[in-house]
Design a binder for this molecule. Structure first.
Ligand code: GRF
Length: 216
């Protein structure tokens, strides 16, 4: 499966996806990196992994046809949003129906939606008093963080956690489940039934041993 990775931030999830992509037997390849920020971590990664890069201008991020044109140039078949902080235009969501994944650093449907990104999420989780947080991979629909859930994994919220400490714990889990979810999509194993996603032949969520070693 020809995958495009969209990322605006540090790029650690993009790195995890790339590390998995070059592991033997992985059923997806990353054919394009897209960012909207000239300082995004994915820029270095695209060089290191030798993957073409597109930096979108502010106007292009909301121009569905412009994004579709870029994706068509690279024969992209699916998209992974990895800390991409722009709303994907509706034309792209429609053209890639159930072919766009996103990762969110909490257990959706809690702690999602507009404004819930980065440390805002982890601060809200800690302030709410919940004992567990985690990571969610979901299919992207036309709103923020509302699409059908593919994989979730929990982590404990410890009494003295700062948002940063909790974020780091959640991030380790993200790096484990995101490549796995992309693999399932590539293998055609995601069966979407309304809001529920059945993963064909899926038994266990995996372990830390499944994480390929990222380069940074
Ligand atoms: C991750 O926490 C992800 O869940 C969220 O944005 C963050 C991106 O981190 N969507 P990184 O850039 O992949 O390190």
């Amino acid at each position: 499966m020809r995958l495009a990775v969209f990322a605006s931030g540090n790029g650690s999830n993009a790195d995890a996806l790339m590390a998995m992509a070059i592991t033997r037997g992985t059923p997806y390849e990353i054919v394009l990196c897209v960012t909207n920020r000239p300082d995004a971590g994915v820029i270095d990664l695209s060089e290191r992994y030798d993957i073409p890069l597109e930096v979108l201008t502010h106007d292009q991020t909301s121009d569905g046809q412009a994004i579709l044109d870029v994706l068509a140039r690279f024969d992209v078949e699916a998209i992974a949003l990895a800390g991409y902080l722009k709303m994907m235009p509706v034309e792209v969501v429609k053209a890639f129906h159930h072919r766009i994944l996103n990762i969110h650093p909490a257990l959706l449907p809690s702690f999602g939606g507009p404004g819930m990104y980065g440390m805002h999420v982890h601060r809200a989780v800690i302030d709410s008093g919940v004992r567990w947080s985690g990571a969610t991979v979901h299919l992207v629909d036309e709103a923020y963080d509302t699409g059908p859930i593919v994989l979730q994994e929990v982590v404990p919220v410890e009494p003295d956690d700062s948002p940063e400490v909790l974020a780091a714990r959640v991030l380790r889990t993200e790096h484990m489940i995101y490549p796995m979810a992309v693999r399932f999509l590539a293998e055609g194993r995601l069966l979407v039934e309304g809001r529920r996603v059945r993963i064909l032949d899926h038994e266990t969520p995996g372990t830390e041993d499944d994480i390929p070693v990222a380069t940074s």
